[in-house]
Design a binder for this molecule. Structure first.
Ligand code: AMP
Length: 288
């Protein structure tokens, strides 16, 4: 079979493929991506293929989650390579719609998850989560998956998707897989291609800052400002870094109490610009 026939461009076809799979008693999963696939994405596809029988990988660079000054036009795109990698990792089919089909002229419906979307990423990228929630809702409606798999790398996004699926009563199980990293700790991202070798080396400061804050928490630190200051101090050692935020919050609600309490699950979150590349990372910690 020509593998290119596994790239589905239209909505009716992907919907009937999903429905036919279900009629045969198969479990259907969806892994939403923007392409330029790396090992982080492949981990999600592998997971999807372990827990379901028919794996749809969507590849769509979603314009509504980019601000005008961001990199929509230059975002890396390589559909041929993505097809090979996805199939190898266990994808059954690729869904690759075009922008005009998803957002035809006159399109005006958007999905908001306001409370969770206001903080952290939402403060620096105000349009971002509306774009993400809107495209994911559309993808869920078009592909009707039983299961969807996201990455912890985009922690706030995964919370918002879970909230949205719960609020809209979508019959979809949301799985979140751990972050896959380069050997120096840098979280894999399609945007890492923008980094020079020198900056790639320096990018390890994100992971080491998270680790240092985690260590302080494990040694008994519970004061949120002190925890944040540990990350700030570390990140400042790399002059090329422009900080958006380095912060900590309750992992479920993203609330920011002054002191964390014993047993709290918290998330440490970092977003920086390193040269022209914006990087995010996070880690989950339980207060001992
Ligand atoms: P993207 O193509 O960047 O929109 O990401 C598609 C999915 O892959 C999202 O659920 C991301 O959280 C996930 N993802 C991206 N990078 C990684 C990574 N390094 N490890 C695990 N999952 C990732």
């Amino acid at each position: 079979m020509d593998p290119n026939s596994l790239i589905i461009k239209d909505i009716d076809t992907i919907r009937s493929l999903s429905r036919n799979a279900k009629k045969e008693g198969l479990k259907v999963s969806l892994v939403p991506t923007m392409g330029a696939l790396h090992d982080g994405h492949l981990r999600l596809i592998k997971k999807a293929s372990e827990v379901s029988d028919y794996v749809i990988v969507s590849i769509f660079v979603n314009p509504t989650q980019f601000a005008p000054h961001e990199d929509f036009d230059s975002y890396p795109r390589d559909l041929e390579k993505d097809l090979d990698l996805s199939l190898e990792a266990g994808a059954s089919v690729i869904f690759n719609p075009n922008v005009k089909m998803i957002y035809p002229i006159g399109y005006s419906t958007f999905v908001n998850v306001p409370k969770l979307a206001e903080k952290f990423e939402g403060e620096f990228r105000p349009q971002f989560f509306t774009g993400v929630a809107t495209i994911c809702t559309q993808l869920f409606i078009m592909t009707e998956p039983d299961i969807t798999v996201f990455g912890q790398k985009d922690y706030q996004q995964s919370l918002i998707i879970r909230r949205m699926v719960q609020d809209l009563k979508l019959p979809i199980e949301v799985l979140v897989e751990p972050t896959i990293r380069e050997s120096n700790g840098l979280a894999m991202s399609s945007r890492n291609q923008y980094l020079s070798e020198e900056l790639k080396e320096k990018s390890s400061i994100l992971f080491s800052s998270l680790q240092e804050a985690r260590q302080a928490i494990e040694n008994g630190e519970r004061n949120r400002k002190i925890i944040n200051a540990i990350m700030h101090k570390n990140l400042r050692t790399v002059p090329e870094i422009k900080l958006d935020y380095a912060s900590s919050a309750l992992a479920e609600s993203l609330e920011t109490p002054e002191e964390f309490l014993k047993g709290d699950e918290i998330v440490l979150l970092i977003a920086v610009h390193l040269g022209k590349t914006r990087l995010i990372d996070n880690t989950l910690v339980k207060i001992p």
